[in-house]
Design a protein around this ligand. Structure first.
Ligand code: ATP
Length: 449
């Protein structure tokens, strides 16, 4: 399967099966926005939950935060975003389409498209374009305040540093984690959900003593931790790599920056970044707000402004990469020559953990037993129910949305002695009989791997 083709197939599957739809589609859409349907919502929720468990609950001295999207506009002056949150913009003089000057792939594609039509192309000089999204707040026309929809979720954490210190008394090093929406007026939203104008981020800000060796150790620990999150959810390790930013590529706040990249159909591209932000954020907010944002170390009695090591991931990019990694087209050995589409998602990410079917729809005793099992499992997992068509079609349908197990209730299930069902594994397509009472722990185990 050609790789670019794979992206198109995933876009089509996401629409067909209720994962992701183009935003505001019935009105012709809104560029760079996407709406999540029932299965996409579950997948996204599972991804965020896995991140939260791994980065917050499983670790010590890490706390959660949830700040407002709308913030006092001074925040963005202090953080440097009003001045420096820019991308270089160039415009094609032939058709007036605008591009990011630092995305050579997009530019080459555009030049090739004109060349095919034997058109000459000339570009304007690059100019810096600020990608903060503005909104107006207030109730009196003409007196409304211009605010920004946050361009990154980071600042909501740093402006609450003092509140956290005063309420939680954390011991350094400690982390503050947040998941939430961010908005960027991207010049060229593209590659499905890879680059959108509205997206979510999952970030951990770790505050350390201002010491280069401590910061380097924390930086390396975070690199390893983040890579292992992807591997733990079954991502192919050959498709992942680290890349260090060139000094002229780093964001205005970063002293060091590495990306985790995935090999996408359009080449290696960013999944997330690990950044050494130094004392940039706290010092700037202290300066602009006039508040003391230093930390008093209770062990040494030293007072200092901590440094920050940040891990900053989007939600949509990893989500897309997990879909790309999981998507397979295979021959189904149980049917001559037939092929199946299967999303080999880790059970933790899969929208449904299991599907329950009665073998036949028109046998009330089978349906009743299957409903009983379905309802019992639903207390613990998100479970699908399907009684349409034949069993083969139901398997096909569940494979395509990544459901790891299908349980079928047949006549043997009704035997008093037996009380067993068949459980079919999505990846191996093998079926085994297990007792109904074992189902919960069987599925639970797959979630703990
Ligand atoms: P790029 O260079 O691709 O524009 P960036 O380096 O500016 O991205 P960061 O500011 O480091 O991105 O943001 C952290 C993470 O947030 C990114 O690694 C990515 O996962 C996600 N992200 C950033 N911009 C977008 C976007 N427009 N759409 C979807 N996710 C995004």
């Amino acid at each position: 399967m050609a790789e670019q083709n794979k992206l198109e197939k995933i876009v089509a599957l996401c629409k067909r099966r209720g994962f992701i739809f183009p935003g505001s589609e019935i009105y012709g859409g809104l560029r760079g926005t996407w709406d999540y349907g029932p299965l996409g919502t579950e997948l996204k929720f599972n991804l965020k939950q896995s991140w939260w468990e791994y980065m917050v609950h499983n670790r010590e001295n890490v706390f959660g935060m949830n700040a407002s999207i709308l913030m006092n506009p001074k925040v963005w002056e202090a953080s440097g975003h009003v001045e420096s949150f820019t991308d270089p913009l160039i415009e094609c003089k032939t058709c007036n389409e605008r591009f990011r000057a630092d995305k050579s792939e997009d530019i080459r594609e555009h030049e090739e498209a004109h060349a095919k039509k034997k058109e000459k192309i000339e570009w304007t000089e690059p100019k810096q374009f600020n990608i903060l999204v503005e909104a107006k707040l207030g109730v009196v026309e003409g007196e409304k305040t211009t605010v920004f929809l946050r361009g990154e979720i980071t600042q909501g954490v740093h402006v609450n540093f003092k509140n956290i210190i005063d309420s939680m008394h954390p011991k350094i090093p400690f982390g503050l984690a947040q998941i939430g929406k961010a908005f960027r007026n991207e010049i060229t939203p593209r590659n499905f959900i890879f680059r959108s104008r509205e997206f979510e981020q999952m970030e951990l800000q770790t505050y350390v003593k201002p010491d280069e060796s401590i910061a380097t150790d924390m930086f390396n620990e975070m690199k390893e931790l983040r890579l292992n999150w992807y591997l733990g959810l079954g991502m192919n390790k050959d498709k992942l790599r680290f890349r260090e930013h060139e000094p002229d590529e780093r964001a205005h706040y970063a002293r060091a920056a590495w990306d985790i990249e995935y090999e996408t159909p359009w080449g290696w591209d960013e999944a997330e970044g690990i950044h050494h932000r130094g004392d940039w954020d706290l010092s700037r907010h202290a300066q602009f707000s006039g508040q003391d944002l230093s930390y008093l170390d209770p062990e040494t009695n030293e007072r200092f402004v901590p440094w920050v090591i940040e891990t900053s991931a989007g939600v949509e990019r990893p989500l897309l990469y997990f879909l790309l990694d999981a998507y397979c087209e295979e021959k189904d050995p149980t049917k001559d020559g037939a092929s199946r589409i299967v999303l080999k998602l880790h059970p933790k990410l899969a929208p449904y953990k299991v599907a329950v079917f009665p073998l036949l729809k028109n046998k009330p005793e089978l349906v009743e037993k299957a409903r009983e099992i379905y309802k019992e499992l639903k207390k613990h997992f998100n479970v699908a129910w399907d009684d349409r068509g034949n069993i083969g079609k139901r398997y096909f349908s569940q494979d395509e949305i990544g459901t790891p197990y299908c349980v079928t209730v047949d006549f043997d299930t009704l035997e008093k002695e037996g009380d067993t069902v068949t459980i079919r594994d999505r990846d191996t397509m093998k079926q085994e009989r297990i007792s109904v009472s074992e189902l919960k722990s069987f599925i639970q185990k797959s979630l703990e791997q």
